[in-house]
Design a protein around this ligand. Structure first.
Ligand code: FAD
Length: 353
């Protein structure tokens, strides 16, 4: 029988962020992942404190970034790979009215640190942008695929990763200790992304499918030095490759790529750029989204050793370290979770199990 402090189910952005809390506090743990969900590996990985449709701040953006960026820097050290590509985001304006909305938003004290008040003119002959761009500050891209791949290898090397499906019926335990197959643990953290819908403890939480697809294109003439945001985003990956995305599908629960998404992204892209490009890859994943756009964090109302860390939606890069810290402190230091993230807002649904 192996004894650990924690079992973590799921090795995506949420699970990794929680493991980092455990490592920081010298807790022992074992992670299960069956590679059934791909959100964290296919994500574009952009971090951006501004909602670019409305020019408003993302919920707790500053607190999240202040915590997340140093964590990704630590992970770069630990894994010996580059993860954080600091890149400006250029929001393409569709009209003079939008330019004006941007300038009044950039005057607001809460947005001032993030929105440059200067109009960026378009000098790229391959971009269609007659009204220019607004520049968002403090933005970039985390290479989530490299993070997940290298973190899993790191765990595997220290015998802390088991690549298999976590079997929920095998969980036995009391409010003090959990037995799972040949493992004893003090706590379980469920961080399965959209896989949560199969988890008998939390399946009634209102997690919603939000499938997303992305293209990778090669466009040698484009020569972008920042991320363009318009009807789609275009994010430079180096070597004339760009990630273009993303779609939203609220019904399809598969990870399969579709020709509809490819056509949608291609036609939107052709309205923004006017040079040749070749599609070299297409990927799909399911974002774990919640209707009220807040994460799902907390303890099961009956099983006090069983926790959930989910609902990262479209912004897992910024949210994961912020939520993992709160959950860890909630468990080990008895601090309160923020009401907005706490699953107590859905307690009646959980009891419907
Ligand atoms: C196309 C697309 C683009 C995106 N772009 C961005 C972006 O630019 N910026 C951003 O911040 N976010 C982005 N996201 C969202 C981001 O990917 C998610 O918020 C985040 O990855 C969710 O992480 P997670 O760990 O909760 O879930 P997941 O990544 O789904 O990880 C859950 C893990 O649990 C495992 N699992 C599930 N069930 C079981 C089981 N029973 N047993 C064992 N293992 C199990 C799965 O295999 C998986 O590895 C994007 C998502 C998509 C799909």
């Amino acid at each position: 029988m192996k004894h650990v402090d924690y079992i973590v189910v799921g090795c995506g952005l949420a699970g990794i962020a929680f493991c980092e809390q455990l490592r920081e506090h010298s807790k022992s743990f074992i992670v299960f992942d069956n590679e059934s969900q791909h959100s964290s590996t296919v994500a574009a990985g952009l971090y951006n404190p501004i909602i670019l449709k409305r020019f408003t701040e993302v919920w707790k953006a500053k607190q999240q970034l202040d915590l997340a960026l140093p964590k990704y820097a630590q992970l770069e050290e630990l894994l010996g790979v580059k993860l954080d590509y600091k890149l400006p985001v250029y929001r393409k304006f569709a009209s003079i009215e939008e330019q004006n909305e941007w300038f009044s938003a950039s005057d607001k004290p809460s947005l001032e640190p993030f929105l440059s008040p200067k109009l960026v003119k378009n000098h790229n002959v391959h971009m269609n942008a007659p009204f220019g761009f607004g520049e968002v500050l403090g933005t970039g891209r985390i290479d989530t695929e490299a993070l997940v791949k290298n973190y899993r290898a790191f765990l595997k090397n220290s015998n802390r990763l088991i690549i298999e499906r976590f079997e929920y019926p095998e969980v036995n335990g009391s409010n003090n200790e959990i037995n799972y197959k040949n493992i004893k643990a003090n706590y379980i953290i469920f961080a399965e992304g959209f896989g949560l819908v199969k988890n008998p403890y939390f399946k009634n939480l209102p997690l919603r499918v939000a499938k997303g697809e992305l293209l990778t294109i090669k466009a040698p003439e484009l020569k972008l030095n920042g991320i363009i945001k318009s009807a789609v985003f275009i994010s430079p990956l180096g070597d004339d490759l760009y990630s273009v995305g993303a779609t939203y599908n609220w019904e399809d629960q598969t990870n399969a790529v579709t020709s509809q998404a490819r056509n949608e992204l291609t036609s939107k892209l052709k309205r923004i750029i006017n040079c040749e490009f070749e599609i070299v890859d297409q990927r799909a994943g399911i974002r774990p989204t919640v209707n009220d756009r807040r994460p799902l964090v907390g303890v099961h109302p009956k099983h006090k050793t069983i926790f959930v860390l989910n609902g990262l939606g479209t912004r897992g890069v910024m949210l994961a370290p912020y939520l993992a810290k709160q959950l860890y402190e909630f468990i080990e230091e008895n601090t309160a979770l923020e009401n907005e993230i706490n699953i107590t807002r859905f307690t009646s649904l959980i009891w419907e199990n």
